[in-house]
Design a protein around this ligand. Sequence first.
Ligand SMILES: CCCCC/C=C/C(=O)SCCNC(=O)CCNC(=O)[C@H](O)C(C)(C)COP(=O)(O)OP(=O)(O)OC[C@H]1O[C@@H](n2cnc3c(N)ncnc32)[C@H](O)[C@@H]1OP(=O)(O)O
Length: 359
Amino acid sequence: MRASQEDFENATNQVKLLKKDPGNEVKLKLYALYKQATEGPCNVPKPGVLDFINKAKWDAWNALGSLPKETARHNYVDLVSSLSASSESSIQVTPAADRKQPGSDALVVTSQDGITTITLNRPDKKNALTTQMYHDIMLALEAASKDDSAITVLTGNGDYYCSGNDLTNFTDIPPGGVEEKARSGAVLLRDFVDRFIDFPKPLVAVVNGPAVGISVTILGLFDIVYATDRATFHTPFSHLGQSPEGCSSYTFPKIMGPSKATEMLVFGKKLTAREACTQGLVTEVFPDSTFQKEVWVRLKAYSKLPPNAMRISKQVIRNTEKEKLHAINAEESNILRERWLSDECMNAVVSFLSKKAKL
Ligand SMILES: CCCCC/C=C/C(=O)SCCNC(=O)CCNC(=O)[C@H](O)C(C)(C)COP(=O)(O)OP(=O)(O)OC[C@H]1O[C@@H](n2cnc3c(N)ncnc32)[C@H](O)[C@@H]1OP(=O)(O)O
Protein backbone atom coordinates (compact mmCIF):
# COMPACT_ATOMS: atom_id res chain seq x y z
CA MET A 1 0.00 0.00 0.00
CA ARG A 2 1.32 3.45 -0.94
CA ALA A 3 1.72 6.04 1.82
CA SER A 4 -0.76 8.92 1.74
CA GLN A 5 0.12 12.58 2.17
CA GLU A 6 -1.29 12.32 5.69
CA ASP A 7 0.97 9.33 6.52
CA PHE A 8 3.88 11.37 5.23
CA GLU A 9 3.04 14.39 7.39
CA ASN A 10 2.61 12.14 10.43
CA ALA A 11 6.01 10.62 9.74
CA THR A 12 7.66 14.04 9.52
CA ASN A 13 6.20 14.83 12.97
CA GLN A 14 7.23 11.44 14.33
CA VAL A 15 10.83 12.12 13.37
CA LYS A 16 10.85 15.09 15.73
CA LEU A 17 9.82 12.83 18.61
CA LEU A 18 12.55 10.23 18.19
CA LYS A 19 14.51 10.01 21.43
CA LYS A 20 17.59 8.29 20.09
CA ASP A 21 19.83 9.85 17.45
CA PRO A 22 19.57 7.44 14.48
CA GLY A 23 23.08 8.33 13.26
CA ASN A 24 24.33 10.37 10.35
CA GLU A 25 23.78 7.76 7.66
CA VAL A 26 20.07 7.37 8.49
CA LYS A 27 19.64 11.12 8.90
CA LEU A 28 21.08 11.68 5.45
CA LYS A 29 18.71 9.06 4.04
CA LEU A 30 15.74 10.73 5.75
CA TYR A 31 16.81 14.13 4.48
CA ALA A 32 17.21 12.88 0.92
CA LEU A 33 13.86 11.08 0.89
CA TYR A 34 12.12 14.11 2.37
CA LYS A 35 13.56 16.43 -0.28
CA GLN A 36 12.72 13.97 -3.06
CA ALA A 37 9.18 13.52 -1.76
CA THR A 38 8.51 17.24 -1.47
CA GLU A 39 10.60 18.78 -4.29
CA GLY A 40 11.37 15.92 -6.65
CA PRO A 41 14.86 15.23 -8.09
CA CYS A 42 17.75 17.30 -6.75
CA ASN A 43 17.53 20.72 -8.41
CA VAL A 44 20.02 22.91 -6.54
CA PRO A 45 23.70 23.56 -7.33
CA LYS A 46 26.26 21.28 -5.74
CA PRO A 47 27.77 22.96 -2.62
CA GLY A 48 31.51 23.68 -2.52
CA VAL A 49 33.82 20.78 -1.70
CA LEU A 50 34.61 22.12 1.76
CA ASP A 51 31.01 22.85 2.64
CA PHE A 52 31.07 19.36 4.12
CA ILE A 53 27.66 19.04 5.68
CA ASN A 54 25.64 20.56 2.83
CA LYS A 55 27.69 18.58 0.32
CA ALA A 56 26.90 15.32 2.15
CA LYS A 57 23.20 16.24 2.12
CA TRP A 58 23.29 17.22 -1.54
CA ASP A 59 25.06 13.95 -2.44
CA ALA A 60 22.41 11.93 -0.61
CA TRP A 61 19.54 13.74 -2.36
CA ASN A 62 21.20 13.67 -5.76
CA ALA A 63 21.84 9.91 -5.39
CA LEU A 64 18.06 9.33 -5.52
CA GLY A 65 18.11 10.36 -9.17
CA SER A 66 14.65 10.39 -10.72
CA LEU A 67 12.93 8.36 -8.00
CA PRO A 68 9.22 9.34 -8.18
CA LYS A 69 7.91 11.61 -5.41
CA GLU A 70 5.33 8.99 -4.34
CA THR A 71 7.97 6.29 -3.93
CA ALA A 72 10.19 8.64 -1.95
CA ARG A 73 7.22 9.52 0.29
CA HIS A 74 6.47 5.84 0.82
CA ASN A 75 10.12 4.99 1.58
CA TYR A 76 10.32 7.89 4.02
CA VAL A 77 7.25 6.69 5.92
CA ASP A 78 8.66 3.14 5.98
CA LEU A 79 12.01 4.32 7.26
CA VAL A 80 10.49 6.45 10.03
CA SER A 81 8.24 3.67 11.20
CA SER A 82 11.21 1.29 11.30
CA LEU A 83 13.03 3.64 13.66
CA SER A 84 12.20 3.19 17.30
CA ALA A 85 9.33 5.47 18.38
CA SER A 86 11.18 5.96 21.63
CA SER A 87 14.09 7.69 19.89
CA GLU A 88 14.66 11.36 19.41
CA SER A 89 16.15 12.99 16.33
CA SER A 90 18.48 15.92 16.07
CA ILE A 91 18.32 16.68 12.38
CA GLN A 92 19.80 20.11 12.45
CA VAL A 93 22.83 21.78 11.05
CA THR A 94 24.50 24.10 13.50
CA PRO A 95 25.39 27.16 11.41
CA ALA A 96 29.07 28.09 11.64
CA ALA A 97 28.10 31.48 13.08
CA ASP A 98 26.21 29.82 15.94
CA ARG A 99 29.03 27.48 16.92
CA LYS A 100 30.77 28.33 20.14
CA GLN A 101 33.94 30.18 19.24
CA PRO A 102 36.96 29.53 21.41
CA GLY A 103 37.63 32.52 23.57
CA SER A 104 41.07 33.82 24.47
CA ASP A 105 41.01 31.39 27.42
CA ALA A 106 42.01 28.66 24.95
CA LEU A 107 45.55 29.79 25.65
CA VAL A 108 46.87 30.66 29.10
CA VAL A 109 50.19 32.44 29.53
CA THR A 110 51.85 32.73 32.92
CA SER A 111 55.25 33.96 34.03
CA GLN A 112 56.85 32.82 37.26
CA ASP A 113 60.29 31.85 38.60
CA GLY A 114 61.99 32.97 35.40
CA ILE A 115 59.80 30.72 33.27
CA THR A 116 57.07 31.84 30.85
CA THR A 117 54.59 29.03 30.36
CA ILE A 118 52.19 28.90 27.40
CA THR A 119 49.41 26.40 28.15
CA LEU A 120 47.02 25.04 25.53
CA ASN A 121 43.69 25.13 27.30
CA ARG A 122 40.95 23.34 25.34
CA PRO A 123 40.99 20.05 27.25
CA ASP A 124 37.51 19.04 26.03
CA LYS A 125 38.84 19.17 22.43
CA LYS A 126 42.17 17.55 23.35
CA ASN A 127 43.80 20.98 22.90
CA ALA A 128 43.23 20.99 19.12
CA LEU A 129 44.59 24.21 17.63
CA THR A 130 42.04 26.68 16.28
CA THR A 131 43.06 29.43 13.87
CA GLN A 132 42.78 31.89 16.75
CA MET A 133 45.15 29.77 18.84
CA TYR A 134 47.84 29.80 16.13
CA HIS A 135 47.68 33.59 16.19
CA ASP A 136 47.65 33.71 20.01
CA ILE A 137 50.63 31.36 20.27
CA MET A 138 52.58 33.58 17.87
CA LEU A 139 51.76 36.63 20.01
CA ALA A 140 52.70 34.75 23.19
CA LEU A 141 56.05 33.68 21.70
CA GLU A 142 56.71 37.24 20.56
CA ALA A 143 56.04 38.53 24.10
CA ALA A 144 58.05 35.72 25.73
CA SER A 145 61.03 36.46 23.49
CA LYS A 146 61.14 39.97 24.98
CA ASP A 147 60.11 39.40 28.62
CA ASP A 148 62.61 38.85 31.41
CA SER A 149 62.07 35.11 31.71
CA ALA A 150 65.01 32.80 31.04
CA ILE A 151 63.07 29.82 29.65
CA THR A 152 59.81 29.42 27.72
CA VAL A 153 57.61 26.34 28.08
CA LEU A 154 54.75 25.02 25.92
CA THR A 155 52.42 22.53 27.56
CA GLY A 156 48.79 21.36 27.57
CA ASN A 157 45.98 21.30 30.11
CA GLY A 158 44.10 18.03 30.64
CA ASP A 159 44.84 14.51 29.46
CA TYR A 160 46.24 15.53 26.04
CA TYR A 161 49.22 17.65 25.12
CA CYS A 162 47.63 18.57 21.78
CA SER A 163 45.63 16.79 19.07
CA GLY A 164 47.11 18.97 16.32
CA ASN A 165 45.30 21.18 13.88
CA ASP A 166 41.60 21.58 14.71
CA LEU A 167 40.04 19.85 11.72
CA THR A 168 36.97 22.08 11.92
CA ASN A 169 39.27 24.92 10.79
CA PHE A 170 38.65 23.49 7.32
CA THR A 171 34.95 24.35 7.43
CA ASP A 172 35.40 28.09 7.72
CA ILE A 173 35.54 28.97 4.01
CA PRO A 174 36.15 32.64 3.13
CA PRO A 175 34.35 34.40 0.21
CA GLY A 176 37.40 33.64 -1.97
CA GLY A 177 36.60 29.92 -1.72
CA VAL A 178 38.72 26.89 -0.98
CA GLU A 179 41.78 28.14 -2.90
CA GLU A 180 41.79 31.27 -0.76
CA LYS A 181 41.35 29.13 2.36
CA ALA A 182 44.32 26.93 1.39
CA ARG A 183 46.44 29.96 0.55
CA SER A 184 45.76 31.74 3.86
CA GLY A 185 46.26 28.45 5.75
CA ALA A 186 49.70 28.06 4.17
CA VAL A 187 50.63 31.64 5.09
CA LEU A 188 49.48 31.05 8.67
CA LEU A 189 51.40 27.78 8.88
CA ARG A 190 54.56 29.36 7.55
CA ASP A 191 54.35 32.34 9.95
CA PHE A 192 53.59 30.05 12.87
CA VAL A 193 56.55 27.72 12.27
CA ASP A 194 58.86 30.68 11.54
CA ARG A 195 58.26 31.89 15.13
CA PHE A 196 59.58 28.59 16.49
CA ILE A 197 62.61 28.65 14.16
CA ASP A 198 63.49 32.17 15.31
CA PHE A 199 62.67 31.84 19.00
CA PRO A 200 65.75 33.21 20.77
CA LYS A 201 65.58 31.59 24.24
CA PRO A 202 65.61 27.97 25.42
CA LEU A 203 62.23 26.53 24.41
CA VAL A 204 60.95 23.52 26.33
CA ALA A 205 57.98 21.26 25.53
CA VAL A 206 56.38 19.73 28.62
CA VAL A 207 54.44 16.97 26.90
CA ASN A 208 51.76 16.06 29.44
CA GLY A 209 49.92 13.50 27.27
CA PRO A 210 49.42 12.29 23.70
CA ALA A 211 50.59 14.60 20.92
CA VAL A 212 49.31 14.58 17.32
CA GLY A 213 50.17 16.30 14.03
CA ILE A 214 51.76 19.72 14.11
CA SER A 215 52.28 19.55 17.88
CA VAL A 216 54.66 16.65 17.19
CA THR A 217 56.41 17.98 14.10
CA ILE A 218 57.45 21.28 15.71
CA LEU A 219 59.13 19.37 18.55
CA GLY A 220 62.18 19.19 16.29
CA LEU A 221 62.45 22.96 16.74
CA PHE A 222 62.36 22.82 20.56
CA ASP A 223 65.54 22.71 22.62
CA ILE A 224 64.27 20.26 25.22
CA VAL A 225 61.28 17.86 25.17
CA TYR A 226 60.18 16.32 28.48
CA ALA A 227 57.37 13.77 28.28
CA THR A 228 55.18 11.81 30.64
CA ASP A 229 55.34 8.05 30.03
CA ARG A 230 51.64 8.35 29.07
CA ALA A 231 52.48 10.50 26.03
CA THR A 232 52.40 9.19 22.47
CA PHE A 233 53.64 10.86 19.30
CA HIS A 234 51.55 10.51 16.16
CA THR A 235 51.72 12.19 12.75
CA PRO A 236 48.93 10.60 10.65
CA PHE A 237 49.59 12.80 7.60
CA SER A 238 49.08 10.14 4.92
CA HIS A 239 45.84 9.06 6.60
CA LEU A 240 44.71 12.69 6.32
CA GLY A 241 45.90 13.08 2.72
CA GLN A 242 48.40 15.65 4.01
CA SER A 243 52.17 16.00 4.14
CA PRO A 244 54.72 16.85 6.86
CA GLU A 245 55.16 20.38 8.21
CA GLY A 246 56.95 22.11 11.07
CA CYS A 247 60.28 21.42 9.28
CA SER A 248 59.88 17.76 10.24
CA SER A 249 60.80 16.66 6.69
CA TYR A 250 64.28 17.87 7.64
CA THR A 251 64.49 17.66 11.46
CA PHE A 252 63.03 14.15 11.85
CA PRO A 253 65.43 12.35 9.44
CA LYS A 254 68.24 14.31 11.09
CA ILE A 255 67.14 13.36 14.61
CA MET A 256 66.16 9.71 14.08
CA GLY A 257 67.46 8.74 10.64
CA PRO A 258 65.45 8.66 7.39
CA SER A 259 63.93 5.24 7.88
CA LYS A 260 62.46 5.86 11.37
CA ALA A 261 61.32 9.30 10.15
CA THR A 262 59.55 7.64 7.22
CA GLU A 263 57.73 5.24 9.55
CA MET A 264 56.37 8.24 11.46
CA LEU A 265 55.82 10.84 8.74
CA VAL A 266 54.78 8.62 5.82
CA PHE A 267 53.22 5.58 7.48
CA GLY A 268 51.88 7.37 10.55
CA LYS A 269 53.51 5.04 13.08
CA LYS A 270 52.58 6.17 16.58
CA LEU A 271 55.53 6.20 19.00
CA THR A 272 55.36 5.68 22.74
CA ALA A 273 57.22 8.23 24.85
CA ARG A 274 60.03 5.73 25.44
CA GLU A 275 60.37 4.99 21.71
CA ALA A 276 60.41 8.71 20.96
CA CYS A 277 63.13 9.13 23.58
CA THR A 278 65.22 6.28 22.14
CA GLN A 279 64.87 7.92 18.73
CA GLY A 280 66.02 11.30 20.03
CA LEU A 281 62.77 13.24 19.60
CA VAL A 282 62.21 13.32 23.37
CA THR A 283 64.92 14.37 25.82
CA GLU A 284 63.66 12.47 28.86
CA VAL A 285 60.60 10.49 29.94
CA PHE A 286 59.15 10.67 33.47
CA PRO A 287 56.59 8.47 35.24
CA ASP A 288 53.19 10.10 34.91
CA SER A 289 52.69 10.09 38.69
CA THR A 290 55.73 12.33 39.29
CA PHE A 291 55.92 14.05 35.88
CA GLN A 292 54.77 17.55 36.85
CA LYS A 293 56.76 17.66 40.08
CA GLU A 294 60.03 16.39 38.60
CA VAL A 295 59.87 18.51 35.46
CA TRP A 296 59.11 21.78 37.21
CA VAL A 297 61.80 21.26 39.87
CA ARG A 298 64.26 20.68 37.03
CA LEU A 299 63.10 23.70 35.01
CA LYS A 300 63.12 26.03 38.02
CA ALA A 301 66.75 25.07 38.68
CA TYR A 302 67.69 25.70 35.02
CA SER A 303 65.89 29.04 35.01
CA LYS A 304 68.32 30.34 37.64
CA LEU A 305 71.27 29.99 35.27
CA PRO A 306 72.48 33.24 33.68
CA PRO A 307 69.81 34.03 31.05
CA ASN A 308 72.08 35.77 28.55
CA ALA A 309 74.53 32.89 28.51
CA MET A 310 71.69 30.43 27.91
CA ARG A 311 70.23 32.55 25.11
CA ILE A 312 73.56 32.97 23.37
CA SER A 313 74.40 29.26 23.71
CA LYS A 314 71.05 28.32 22.22
CA GLN A 315 71.63 30.62 19.31
CA VAL A 316 75.12 29.21 18.73
CA ILE A 317 73.60 25.73 18.54
CA ARG A 318 70.65 26.70 16.31
CA ASN A 319 71.64 29.69 14.18
CA THR A 320 73.70 27.84 11.59
CA GLU A 321 70.54 26.08 10.39
CA LYS A 322 68.06 28.95 10.54
CA GLU A 323 68.19 29.91 6.90
CA LYS A 324 67.79 26.33 5.79
CA LEU A 325 64.87 25.80 8.18
CA HIS A 326 63.07 28.88 6.83
CA ALA A 327 63.45 27.58 3.27
CA ILE A 328 62.17 24.13 4.29
CA ASN A 329 59.24 25.68 6.13
CA ALA A 330 58.30 27.70 3.04
CA GLU A 331 58.48 24.62 0.83
CA GLU A 332 56.49 22.39 3.21
CA SER A 333 53.79 25.09 3.53
CA ASN A 334 53.52 25.37 -0.24
CA ILE A 335 53.17 21.62 -0.67
CA LEU A 336 50.51 21.50 2.04
CA ARG A 337 48.56 24.28 0.34
CA GLU A 338 48.17 21.93 -2.65
CA ARG A 339 47.47 18.89 -0.46
CA TRP A 340 44.60 20.70 1.27
CA LEU A 341 42.87 20.98 -2.12
CA SER A 342 43.28 17.28 -2.92
CA ASP A 343 40.44 14.76 -2.86
CA GLU A 344 42.48 12.61 -0.46
CA CYS A 345 42.64 15.39 2.11
CA MET A 346 39.04 16.52 1.65
CA ASN A 347 37.71 12.98 2.00
CA ALA A 348 39.72 12.44 5.20
CA VAL A 349 38.45 15.68 6.71
CA VAL A 350 34.85 14.92 5.65
CA SER A 351 35.17 11.52 7.25
CA PHE A 352 36.37 13.04 10.57
CA LEU A 353 33.75 15.79 10.53
CA SER A 354 30.86 13.57 9.53
CA LYS A 355 31.50 11.47 12.65
CA LYS A 356 30.88 14.56 14.78
CA ALA A 357 28.47 16.49 12.56
CA LYS A 358 24.89 17.15 13.53
CA LEU A 359 23.28 16.59 10.16
C1 LIG B 1 47.22 26.33 9.67
C2 LIG B 1 48.15 25.28 10.16
C3 LIG B 1 47.82 23.89 9.67
C4 LIG B 1 48.86 22.93 10.13
C5 LIG B 1 48.71 21.52 9.65
C6 LIG B 1 48.53 20.63 10.78
C7 LIG B 1 48.30 19.33 10.62
C8 LIG B 1 47.92 18.48 11.75
O1 LIG B 1 48.01 18.79 12.91
S1 LIG B 1 47.33 16.99 11.26
C9 LIG B 1 46.64 16.28 12.73
C10 LIG B 1 45.21 16.67 12.91
N1 LIG B 1 44.66 15.99 14.06
C11 LIG B 1 44.01 14.83 13.99
O2 LIG B 1 43.87 14.23 12.95
C12 LIG B 1 43.44 14.31 15.27
C13 LIG B 1 41.95 14.18 15.17
N2 LIG B 1 41.42 13.70 16.43
C14 LIG B 1 41.42 12.40 16.76
O3 LIG B 1 41.87 11.54 16.05
C15 LIG B 1 40.83 12.06 18.10
O4 LIG B 1 39.95 13.07 18.49
C16 LIG B 1 41.93 11.87 19.19
C17 LIG B 1 42.73 10.60 18.88
C18 LIG B 1 42.85 13.07 19.26
C19 LIG B 1 41.27 11.71 20.58
O5 LIG B 1 40.34 10.64 20.52
P1 LIG B 1 39.40 10.34 21.77
O6 LIG B 1 40.21 10.17 23.00
O7 LIG B 1 38.48 9.24 21.37
O8 LIG B 1 38.60 11.69 21.99
P2 LIG B 1 37.50 12.35 21.03
O9 LIG B 1 37.76 11.98 19.63
O10 LIG B 1 36.15 12.04 21.59
O11 LIG B 1 37.84 13.89 21.22
C20 LIG B 1 37.15 14.75 22.15
C21 LIG B 1 36.63 15.94 21.41
O12 LIG B 1 37.74 16.63 20.83
C22 LIG B 1 37.53 16.80 19.42
N3 LIG B 1 38.82 16.78 18.74
C23 LIG B 1 39.92 16.11 19.08
N4 LIG B 1 40.90 16.38 18.21
C24 LIG B 1 40.40 17.25 17.32
C25 LIG B 1 40.96 17.89 16.18
N5 LIG B 1 42.24 17.71 15.80
N6 LIG B 1 40.18 18.71 15.47
C26 LIG B 1 38.88 18.93 15.84
N7 LIG B 1 38.30 18.34 16.92
C27 LIG B 1 39.08 17.51 17.64
C28 LIG B 1 36.70 15.58 19.05
O13 LIG B 1 36.07 15.75 17.83
C29 LIG B 1 35.74 15.55 20.22
O14 LIG B 1 34.82 16.60 20.04
P3 LIG B 1 33.28 16.41 20.35
O15 LIG B 1 32.81 15.26 19.52
O16 LIG B 1 32.64 17.70 19.97
O17 LIG B 1 33.23 16.12 21.82
